[in-house]
Design a binder for this molecule. Structure first.
Ligand SMILES: *[C@@H]1O[C@H](CO)[C@@H](O)[C@H](O)[C@H]1NC(C)=O
Ligand SMILES: [Cu+2]
Length: 167
């Protein structure tokens, strides 16, 4: 009895301090999603992203600008996976260093504007995941940073027209 109780304590102790390894699928079944779309994580936890077919990124952004990479933020870079590849998908792992909300999206052209966004520790009220996603989707209508960059590439002069003159 006593021995069992001590063993139980010994096995439980390391668990209390262990970090959690989260797993997120990127673009499963050719969908422009992260699965799950958001997670709760503690400082020290690791999050491994697994990239499926197409060519996605996991890039840290910010709540006000869901599709714009954060300077010096986490960025997996592009992970192209051919359509006929069905195993050994590439992965990228981040360690959670803060307990404040972290926001991410895919930088492939058009993906963020189609709602390919992800969050860690999004609040339940205020700046919620749903609002973050809605604002990512809204960049499709207004021309998000990515759409604007693409415009600049195709139509250099058009993109230089200041917004207030752009009627
Ligand atoms: C992945 O996407 C990026 C950005 O659109 C592009 O530059 C790169 O060539 C793509 N890679 C492949 C293998 O398609
Ligand atoms: Cu993508």
């Amino acid at each position: 009895m006593m021995f069992n109780a001590i063993l139980a304590v010994l096995f439980a102790l390391p668990l209390a301090f262990a970090w959690t390894h989260h797993h997120v699928e990127v673009g499963p079944n050719s969908q422009l999603i992260y699965d799950p779309p958001y997670i709760s994580a503690s400082v020290g936890d690791k999050v491994t992203f697994r990239f499926h077919q197409k060519n996605h990124t996991v890039t840290q952004t910010s709540f006000p600008a869901p599709c714009t990479p954060l300077f010096d933020g986490f960025n997996s870079g592009f992970n192209p996976v051919a359509a006929d590849v069905t195993s050994n998908f590439p992965t990228a792992t981040l360690t959670v260093l803060v307990d404040t909300p972290l926001w991410f999206s895919c930088q492939q052209t058009g993906h963020c504007a189609q709602g390919m966004v992800f969050a860690i520790n999004a609040p339940d009220s205020g700046n919620t995941f749903d609002k973050f996603k809605a604002s990512a989707l809204a960049t499709a209508a207004t021309g998000g940073s990515h759409a604007r960059a693409e415009m600049a590439r195709r139509f250099p002069r058009a993109a230089l027209v200041p917004k207030d003159l752009d009627q």
